[in-house]
Write a protein that binds this ligand. Sequence first.
Ligand code: COD
Ligand code: ZN
Length: 381
Amino acid sequence: MDTAGKPITCKAAVLWEFNKPLSFETIEVAPPKAGEVRIKVVANSTCHSDLHVIDGALWEKRMQCPLILGHEGAGIVESVGEGVTEVQAGDHVIPLWNPQCRECENCKSNKTNVCSKLRDTQNAGLMPDKTTRFTCNGKTVYHFMGCSTFSEYTVVSDLSICKINPEAPLDKVCVIGCGISTGYGAAINSAKVTEGSSCAVFGLGAVGLSAVMGCKAAGAKTIIAIDINPDKAEIAKKLGATDFMNPKDLGQIPIEGVILQQTGGRGIDFTFECIGNAATMKSAFYSCHNAWGVCTIVGVTPPTQELSIITLAIVAGRKLQGSVFGGYKGKDDVPKLVEQYMNKELNIDDFISQNIKLEEVNEAFDTMRQGKLARSVVKFE
Ligand code: COD
Ligand code: ZN
């Protein structure tokens, strides 16, 4: 049946209220307007940022419920709106929560990968024309991070999409939509980890584990993987960690104290915070070499959280920086990461803990809350 130009009725997971489980609903997805693309989502994986929103810990002041979460998806273009030239029906695509308009000051600069064009509408859960394409029982449903891929169909701006190799398995490369790129790129692009260096990664979800993989690919000599869940040691070592530390095993001694002790007071060349917690951000910062250590913050805390550090700790040259989407420009770089996976240069399979049905996603988030699973991939039939 030709669905182009018509609304599509389909299944989606809807968050009606913060701090409540997702509900499985039949929704209506309107056709794409000018400059928009409607996608049949084939797979979408769980990311802790979705969970932060469910738990009301991030952004809740700017966001409105009901909304459809999901920002780590892959699918096939169903139809395109007027003026869309980059993709057409049938193309295999990854939606980009970090768009690339190629026109804004940020996109034109090679100093950043953070496009500013859609920021306000995307943060408000709206399409660029300030409306939404989703309704459920006649009620407006909002978008999330410009993707909303916990739905069989979604509509995104054509700035928020990239075409990928049609041979790539969508239930694997969906993880490139966030977790893998965010961690791997933090090591490769943002920190620019050097050969023979020492690294420490705090938090071993998919983001932290891919930072470990990035440190290894960059030739780091020592990679300390840190997590309060001892079960993460095995996978971290498989991906390149040389050591594992559990802060809970250290008694009263802060982890940065132990790291300094073990490095003869020298500290680590590159540290990464992949949890989203001010206390571990401080530990990651103080674990760095006092003159040239670079601490890269990948996790995000609630918006009013401050980070306090003693001023002397920065004087000798220790650096504190952030990283968004691993420094990758979505349209330029995501298709290349897919090619790296196809050429067996990038491991994704080890990050996927399980394949689930949409209706099992609340349980998958429960296990993620306990710090257990890296990624659960929802495969839509
Ligand atoms: N010390 C050590 N490890 C810890 C601690 C702690 N105090 N607390 C939790 N952990 C471990 C957990 O056991 C778990 O293994 C890991 O940290 C976190 O893993 P996940 O699987 O829950 O999380 P990820 O990898 O999906 O996501 C991590 C982020 C840092 C991306 C996320 O939490 C975050 O901060 N998101 C907001 C930032 C953002 O918007 N990024 C862009 C989109 S993701
Ligand atoms: Zn994410």
